[in-house]
Ligand binder design. Structure first.
Ligand code: GSH
Length: 310
């Protein structure tokens, strides 16, 4: 936790709770925007921006997927932090930060703002030209990658104007029910908060299963959109992590045939498999000491679709 630019408290998964003991996610603090013409102050330029991610993190993985699908790998550099959370949060481990030689991710936050407060989260989109943090909000970063890089980007439009209302409606349900829902189950500090989060997670999975069971390819039919990215990053972690460490164990994802098939379809898209590292996902979630004091990482489950993933 950063207070006035200094790391002051050991890392804890939950630092804010609601009245019922439910986990409250911090609001992102850096919300600048990259545009093709630079009118926002951040011009799209090849080699200017760098993305910091953790392969364990679903929010960071959204941005990794968008970077792949929009053909931006040669335009935006990328560094992954170590999967294991330490007392000082994310560390660069053996692969020191290539831009500044930082040891901890929080050092980038205080470099960008000497008086910064709050948690040092991934993803981080860094601007090498001005030496600052452009954004630490994955939803914004995905949209910037989709439309902020002009001709430098390629691939499908992940947020087409004609589908925007439908995508927004899906996002509004998938975020609380699934993406953040699993965290609210896992990080609940009271039974009632856990029970509520658990019920919502499975209600949301049941709804998605019935939607995909009509044979559609993607959530909105033939168009692959950011709503698919948001859904996939949670589904791909479900059996390996959330079913166990977050106690989301009414059913496994593999008990949902349409969702399991959908997961494998997304995974087969060019480049997507490279954004998924099951070993990091397991090592990372099972390193959260308040949930797993001895740090033992389970050997199972056997996930046939994940055998070739890192
Ligand atoms: N709103 C952020 C959330 C990012 C987030 O919570 N990332 C987690 C990893 S999954 C993190 O870095 N947590 C470290 C912490 O909370 O101290 C986004 O979507 O970009």
């Amino acid at each position: 936790m950063l207070v006035d630019g200094k790391w002051t408290e050991d890392w804890q998964p939950v630092q804010a709770k609601d009245a019922k003991g439910g986990f409250v996610r911090q609001v992102s603090s850096f919300r600048n925007w990259i545009t093709p013409d630079g009118s926002s102050g951040f011009k799209a330029e090849a080699g200017r921006y760098h993305l910091y991610v953790a392969y364990i993190c679903p929010w960071a993985s959204r941005t990794l997927m968008a970077r792949k699908l929009k053909g931006l790998e040669g335009v935006i550099g990328m560094t992954a932090v170590d999967p294991v959370l330490t007392a000082q949060g994310w560390t660069f481990g053996e692969n020191a930060d290539p831009l500044h030689g930082a040891t901890y991710l929080h050092q980038l936050y205080s470099r960008a703002d000497a008086h910064v407060n709050g948690r040092a989260t991934v993803p981080v989109l860094w601007d090498k030209a001005t030496g600052t943090l452009v954004s630490n909000e994955s939803a914004d970063i995905v949209r910037m990658m989709n439309s902020g890089f002009g001709n430098l980007a390629s691939g499908p439009d992940l947020y087409p104007a004609e589908l925007a209302p439908q995508i927004d409606a899906l996002n509004d349900r998938i975020y609380p029910g699934l993406n953040n829902g699993v965290y609210r189950a896992g990080f609940a500090t009271t039974q009632v908060a856990y029970d509520e989060a658990f019920a919502l997670v499975f209600e949301t999975l049941d709804w998605l299963e019935s939607m995909m069971a009509d044979g559609r390819k993607w959530l909105l039919g033939n168009a692959f959109t950011e709503a698919d990215i948001r859904t996939f990053v949670t589904l791909v972690r479900f059996d390996a992590a959330y079913h166990g460490i977050f106690k989301c164990n009414r059913r496994r994802l593999s008990d949902y045939p349409a969702l399991q098939a959908y997961l494998e379809r997304v995974l087969a898209l060019p480049g997507v498999a490279e954004t998924v590292k099951i070993s990091h996902i397991k090592a990372g979630y099972y390193s959260i000491k308040t949930l797993n004091p001895n740090g033992i990482v389970p050997l199972g489950p056997d996930l046939p679709w994940a055998r070739d993933l890192g």
